[in-house]
Design a binder for this molecule. Sequence first.
Ligand SMILES: C[S@@+](CC[C@H](N)C(=O)[O-])C[C@H]1O[C@@H](n2cnc3c(N)ncnc32)[C@H](O)[C@@H]1O
Length: 280
Amino acid sequence: MTAEQNLERIVAAHYDRDDLFAAIESALAAMGKSMAALKPGDLAAVDEFHIGGRPATIHFADRLGFAPGAHLLDIGCGIGGASRYFTAERGCHVTGIDLTEGYCDVARRLADLVGLSARTDYRQASALDLPFDAAAFDGAYMLHVGMNIADKDRLYREVRRVLKPGAVFGIYDVLQGPGGAPYFPVPWAAGAETSFLITAEALQDLLRRSGFEIAGIEDRSAFGMATFETMRQRIAGKGGPSPLGLHLLMGKDAPVKIANMIRSLQERRIAPTEVIARAV
Ligand SMILES: C[S@@+](CC[C@H](N)C(=O)[O-])C[C@H]1O[C@@H](n2cnc3c(N)ncnc32)[C@H](O)[C@@H]1O
């Protein structure tokens, strides 16, 4: 096994959860949701695994401006919240790939549950070895994935390969802030051996060298802080978290992962950042 394959094995094991679909179904049932009448947005508390959740995806989508009918690639799609948003709300077709087979399976079953199977598909694959022809996609995006990928040079070249010239590529990732390394564990990694943060400057340089031009960049740290504060107030007001939430994806140590992420954000160790690039 190569070092890269070993890293991918550890990363997939970090995310994989037994019986995740059943846990989501139970949480929905506990909330009194009818499976037959479920809408894509009803899943947003659990299927948007990035800082700011669904509101962050909406902000990102507004910046990306993908046209209805565009065929998009979602790199590291997780259980598919953003893919279903771009399909249901923006009229796109989305192919999602993810390293974690269990996530692809849950993504497929959730898409089926909300009637979006015809316009989404999900495949287990590595972002470093995309199983697609050159220039296959009209656009691509990646939400909170690059943190797990060491070989970023190969990552962005591979994304560029599968995009048509002029296609937009959006990234919303956790970047390295000026405050030092993050506290571990965080939601994306148990420790430093699977976390590879780079600065906004380094990311832009890499993208340019990989055949992209930079169309926009926005530090979303203030938004991230405001989101966590709103979440804290909501949980305190309701007397506890909702049954449907990211704790289903993060496992038993979810509270410590979230606390470390908030502290890292406060100390500017991490900077959630949107970058909009265009394939040249
Ligand atoms: C924090 S989750 C974000 C999931 C999703 N993008 C979202 O926002 O809901 C990170 C995801 O990246 C995937 N991932 C990490 N490294 C990857 C790689 N090399 N290739 C494909 N997927 C990867 C993980 O399996 C995981 O599903």
